[in-house]
Design a protein around this ligand. Structure first.
Ligand code: TYM
Length: 334
C-alpha cells in the first residue's frame, strides 16, 4: 500500500521566561496531541528572544529547561524534531532574503511590535521591528502546512502567508502557504490577577508556571481575581465576569467539560468551591510534567543529544528550501 505523506506542523516558543499555563494550553497541548498524525517540528525561538535584552547565562539555562519541558509535556524527540533556532543558520539566512520582500508599512501594523516598543522604549531595535520576518522564515523554511499557536500569534502567521504569496507570485510555487491552527479553547488564557490581559510571565503573580509547586499553584488560584457576586456566581460572561470566564476556560480546556456542564457542577456553590477545583485540575495536569522535567534537566548529555540530532534533522529540511530560494533570487551556488 502506498504510504500517505503526512502534513507538516511547526511551531516555536521564545525561551524568554519559564513556560506558563498560557503557553501550555494555547500551544503545547495542541502540539503533543498531533505527534502521530503529522510530521512535527518544534523549536526554542532563541533568535527571537534577543530582541529584548537577555542575561546570556540565563538564556542558555532557560533554553535547555524549555527543551526538557517540551519533552515532559509529551513531545517525544523520536517522533518530533525538537531543536534550537540558533543552531539552524538557515533561519537567519532566509530571514534576510524575506526582509527584501516585506514592506515597511506591513511591519508597522503589527500589534506585537506596537506593544513591545511601548514596553521597551529604551530598546526599540531593528530586530524588534523585523521580528515577524524571522518568524515567516521559521515557518516557510519547513514548508509547514499548519502552525499551531495561541490567538496572539495569528497576525504573525497571516503576514507569513502574505510574504509567501508575494514571493510565490514572483518566482512560482516556492513556499507552502501555511494555515494558523488556533485551539477552540485555551487559545487565550488571561492573567489570574489581571483577567483583562493575556497571561504573561511579566505579571508573575497571575501567571502559573509549568514548574510551579502544587502549593504555589493553589495560592495563585486562591488569589485569582473574580468579582463580588454572591448569588449564582459561576456562569460564563466574558464582558461582565472576565475573571470567572478565564477560570472556566482553563477548567474546560483541562477537563473537557462544556461551560454548561461547569455551570451545573457549581450551581448553588460559590467561588470558595470553584477556585480550588480549578486549581486541582491544574495541579493534576502539571505535577507529572514538573516531575518529569526536573528529572530530564539533570540529564544534560541526553538533552544535548536531542538538540544536536534535532538541529541536524531540521537543517536538512531547511537547507533544501533555502537553496531553492537562493537559486530563484539569482545567487550563484557552490
Ligand atoms: P511566545 O513565545 O510569546 O508564545 C508561545 C506560544 O504560546 C502562546 N501563548 C498563549 N496562548 C494562550 N494564552 C496565553 N496567555 C498565551 N501566551 C502565549 C502563543 O500564542 C504561542 O503560540 N513569535 C512567537 C514564537 C515563534 C513562533 C515561530 C511561533 C517564533 N517563530 C514560528 C510559531 C511559528 C512568540 O513570541 O510566541
Amino acid at each position: 500500500m502506498e504510504e500517505v505523506k503526512k502534513k507538516r506542523m511547526l511551531s516555536g516558543i521564545q525561551p524568554s521566561g519559564d513556560l506558563h499555563l498560557g503557553n501550555y494550553l494555547g500551544a503545547i497541548v495542541n502540539w503533543a496531541e498531533r505527534t502521530e498524525e503529522y510530521d512535527c517540528f518544534y523549536f526554542m525561538a532563541d533568535l527571537h528572544t534577543i530582541t529584548v535584552r537577555q542575561d546570556p547565562a540565563e538564556l542558555r539555562k532557560r533554553s535547555l529547561n524549555q527543551l526538557a519541558q517540551y519533552i515532559a509535556c509529551g513531545l517525544d524527540p523520536e517522533k518530533n524534531v525538537l531543536f534550537l533556532q540558533s543552531m539552524v543558520p538557515a533561519h537567519s539566512q532566509l530571514s534576510w532574503v524575506l526582509n527584501c520582500y516585506t514592506m515597511f508599512g506591513e511591519l508597522q501594523r503589527m500589534t506585537q511590535f506596537k506593544d513591545k516598543s511601548e514596553k521597551h522604549r529604551d530598546n526599540i531595535n531593528a530586530g524588534l521591528f523585523t521580528y515577524p520576518v524571522l518568524m515567516a522564515a521559521d515557518i516557510l523554511l519547513y514548508q509547514a502546512d499548519f502552525v499551531p499557536v495561541g490567538e496572539d500569534q495569528k497576525q504573525h502567521v497571516e503576514i507569513t502567508r502574505d510574504i509567501a504569496e508575494r514571493f510565490n507570485g514572483i518566482y512560482g510555487d516556492v513556499f507552502k502557504v501555511p494555515t494558523p491552527l488556533i485551539a477552540k479553547t485555551g487559545a487565550r488564557i488571561y492573567g489570574l490577577s489581571t483577567p483583562e490581559d493575556k497571561m504573561s510571565k511579566s505579571v508573575p503573580d497571575g501567571c502559573v508556571f509549568l514548574m510551579d509547586e502544587p502549593d504555589v499553584i493553589r495560592k495563585k488560584f486562591k488569589r485569582a481575581v473574580t468579582d463580588s457576586d454572591t448569588g449564582r456566581c459561576v456562569y460564563y460572561d466574558r464582558e461582565k465576569k472576565p475573571g470567572v470566564a478565564n477560570l472556566m476556560n482553563i477548567y474546560s480546556t483541562l477537563t473537557g467539560k462544556t461551560y454548561e456542564e461547569i455551570e451545573k457542577e457549581f450551581e448553588g456553590k460559590g467561588y470558595g468551591d470553584f477556585k480550588p477545583a480549578v486549581a486541582e485540575a491544574v495541579v493534576e495536569k502539571l505535577t507529572p510534567i514538573r516531575e518529569e522535567a526536573s528529572r530530564l534537566i539533570k540529564d544534560k548529555a541526553y538533552l544535548s543529544d536531542v538538540y544536536k540530532q534535532g538541529a541536524e534533522r531540521a537543517s536538512y529540511v531547511a537547507n533544501r528550501t533555502l537553496s531553492k530560494v537562493y537559486k530563484k533570487v539569482g545567487f550563484l551556488q557552490i
